[in-house]
Ligand binder design. Sequence first.
Ligand SMILES: Cc1cc2nc3c(=O)[nH]c(=O)nc-3n(C[C@H](O)[C@H](O)[C@H](O)COP(=O)(O)O)c2cc1C
Length: 208
Amino acid sequence: MLSFDTDGDLSQNYKFLIGAVVPRPIAVVSTINENGTHNLAPFSFFNAFSARPMIVGFAPIRRPNTGEKKDTLVNIEREKEFVVNFVTEDNADLINLCSNELPYGESEFDFAGLTRLDSEKVKPPRLKESPIHFECKLRDLISYGDHAGAGTLITGEVIKVHVSEEIYDNGRIITSRWRPMGRGAGNDWFKTDSIVEKTRLTKAQIQK
Ligand SMILES: Cc1cc2nc3c(=O)[nH]c(=O)nc-3n(C[C@H](O)[C@H](O)[C@H](O)COP(=O)(O)O)c2cc1C
């Protein structure tokens, strides 16, 4: 087996992370720029951490060449609010366009031809092309340094959830209807059209 310590090359660490931690869910985060325009960017260092309070978190990484903060982080530090939207097979190409580095203040909504929907409890807009929206208030900002490649863990409390009726049935979100996509290594993405169900043993079955 090959092994390596992680205090060396940034790109080796990065490639290992994005190849090993797969498939990753993707948060499409909308925030407000300083000039009032709307920023939108995908982040696959993303997950859920608490049900009540309902907490999600994601991590922008400092830019590999300059060590600069990404616009999403700068906006959340100032505004303390964001919306998490989601990737589907239908919107994935347009979301991918939003990962391009536009000059600060230019809106990825306009660049990608995506549609804003007003949020109810926060200022950043929701993404109409996403079937699920989480309106979030900032909870934690945990910085792992100010050098290239250093992440900042941003967690938010989801204070309002929106779900399209088309993908929602009897209190459950039906995966096969909203067809979410995940992220892999390099430019790889995952579809979720091959779902297997695994039941778990009950206490009674274990104790028999
Ligand atoms: C599917 C996908 C997932 C991404 N995940 C991350 C991530 O977890 N962390 C990160 O720093 N950049 C990630 N990126 C790159 C950012 O989206 C990109 O740097 C974007 O320009 C950041 O926008 P901002 O400067 O407006 O915040 C990802 C890109 C794609 C296409």
